[in-house]
Design a protein around this ligand. Structure first.
Ligand code: FAD
Length: 479
């Protein structure tokens, strides 16, 4: 247990504002977004700048106190939840919330770790640019968390994950030293790419304090369409048709099972079904163009959807008539996680398989899960074009105690789904990371070479093991 003498040392560094000890103030940050993991911490450290982060980490290293870096606490894998025995302190980066610079000339934004994603979106718009990564938690997720999870979202198809959007990083390493890699050089061959090691490290190798992020031109025109389709295979054919006709202008392509749509309509106020014709699957497609005069891509979407209707790839289709309707379509997609949470207990899987195999995986794994686990219902939604869906297995209707069902069935169902993912040549974590939720499964399924490389890198950066303990890296008894 971490004693008052140790807390006093951190208070000396950060002052009263920088060390939160009131249990009521700490409580919201001890449980993950899904309410599945519960931790304990006697204090939450809240430094205000990189120098303070460095001092905090150096002191933690000296005292051997583990730290759990935390941004918006929207992790889907319990990544930012401290251990339940109170053996670590939360290191909140939310006070590092300045956009240090934003330049349309350089197409760069220099953001501190605690900047909220939607704040960056707004700031980029003021200089005629945009940051092309968005996700349902954009109002809470921070740049530090997004970098540390190599977040994806709904624009990966065109712009890639955080890994491709981060041009430079400033971070505090586990001994308290500051790694200044914000220079955003196009070419830099000084050996191992430390920046890329820190991206997706889930706070296990150091603390991100700032990032230089690539901006792209603002959208001048967009077309947002919604189509009901007979199957995921038809959805993928529709995507291929759109890409062959429209090219890189296809910015978003999301698939939604009809039951997921129904959950949104029943739990999220103000949402409406975009099309009347019943369909087992739906797709949301967005086509963008930067210049207002070259109207090609946007107009082509109409053609593509007409062709899809003629050929039977789509059962029905519609366009957003204006920006309000476009936002309403996207709101349905972005509310899916929230609606599924409200629907009841479920096991959620964020998985990827090669794109061409995804339609088959979605249908066959859902059927197999429902057959094997009586009373459950399974379906998926997400980023079909990236070969990444969020696959949910819901508890039987009327399950009286959700957490007890998860505790009893979680291991078996997870192994079942993850084995299917591996058999399809996929990954058990596409974009949410490993955190504590998937650590043992990573240990069970990863190759010895991958596991020993992960462990060696962790040991080299953090020999004392003080950075985000028990996350990401499987324990010795886990593989
Ligand atoms: P936290 O949850 O606070 O932390 C996440 C991890 O990063 C933890 O391991 C933590 O220790 C570490 N960390 C946080 N800040 C730092 C830092 N400064 N330095 C070092 N480590 C740090 N994710 C996607 O990729 N795509 C989606 O489409 C998507 N949709 C979502 C929708 C909803 C409704 C929700 C709730 C979540 C969604 N997520 C999605 C997951 C989540 O939003 C991302 O993982 C996000 O990157 C987490 O940001 P955060 O600031 O909340 O980080």
């Amino acid at each position: 247990m971490i004693g008052q003498d140790i807390i006093a040392r951190f208070q000396d560094l950060l002052g009263p504002k920088g060390v939160i000890t009131d249990p009521d103030d700490i409580a919201p940050w001890l449980t993950d977004w899904r309410g599945r993991f519960h931790g304990a911490a006697v204090a939450m450290l809240a430094p205000a700048d990189t120098t303070q982060v460095s001092a905090v980490v150096a002191l933690a290293a000296q005292l051997g106190v583990p730290l759990v870096p935390q941004g918006g606490n929207t992790s889907m894998v319990g990544g930012a939840t401290p251990p339940p025995d109170g053996s670590a302190l939360i290191l909140s980066l939310r006070r590092l919330n300045r956009i240090r610079a934003i330049s349309a000339d350089d197409n760069l934004a220099l953001c501190e770790a605690g900047v909220i994603l939607s704040t960056l979106h707004d700031a980029a718009a003021t200089v005629g640019r945009r940051f092309p990564l968005s996700l349902g938690a954009k109002g809470s997720a921070t740049i530090g968390g997004l970098v540390s999870t190599n977040a994806g979202g709904t624009q990966v198809l065109r712009h890639g994950t955080m890994r491709t959007l981060v041009e430079g990083i400033e971070a505090v390493l586990p001994d308290g030293s500051i790694f200044d890699g914000l220079d955003a050089l196009k070419k830099d061959n000084r050996g191992y790419d430390i920046k890329q090691l820190l991206i997706g490290a889930e706070g296990t190798l150091g603390v991100i304090t700032a990032a230089a992020l690539r901006l792209v031109p603002a959208i001048a025109m967009r077309a947002v369409g919604w189509a009901g389709v007979p199957s995921p295979a038809a959805a993928l054919d529709l995507l291929r048709l759109a890409q062959s006709r429209i090219g890189v202008g296809v910015e978003g392509f999301e698939i939604i099972a009809n039951d997921g749509l129904a959950h949104v309509l029943s739990h999220i106020p103000g949402t409406r079904r975009p099309i009347d014709t019943p369909a087992p699957w739906h797709v949301l497609i967005e086509v963008d163009q930067a210049g207002a005069d070259e109207q090609g891509p946007v107009l082509l979407l109409e053609d593509v959807l007409a062709q899809a209707l003629d050929s039977g790839l789509a059962l029905d289709a519609t366009f957003a008539a204006n920006e309000v309707q476009a936002e309403a379509f996207w709101r349905i997609r972005e509310s899916l996680s929230e609606a599924e949470r409200a629907q009841g207990p479920a096991l959620q899987f964020d998985v990827s398989v090669p794109v061409a195999r995804m339609p088959c995986f979605m249908v066959e794994t859902a059927d197999a899960a429902e057959r094997t686990f009586a009373g459950t219902s399974a379906s998926s939604f997400g980023h079909l074009g990236d070969g990444n869906v969020h696959f949910h297995v819901r508890a039987p209707k009327g399950t009286p105690d959700g957490p007890a069902w998860v505790a009893a069935q979680g291991g078996t169902i997870s192994a079942f789904v993850h084995d299917a993912v591996v058999a399809a040549g996929g990954s058990i974590s596409a974009e949410h990371g490993i955190g504590q939720m998937k650590r043992a499964e990573l240990g069970r399924l990863a190759s010895p070479a991958r596991l020993s490389a992960l462990r060696a890198i962790k040991a080299a950066f953090d020999p004392q093991g003080i950075m985000n303990p028990d996350k990401l890296i499987p324990r010795a008894d886990e593989g």
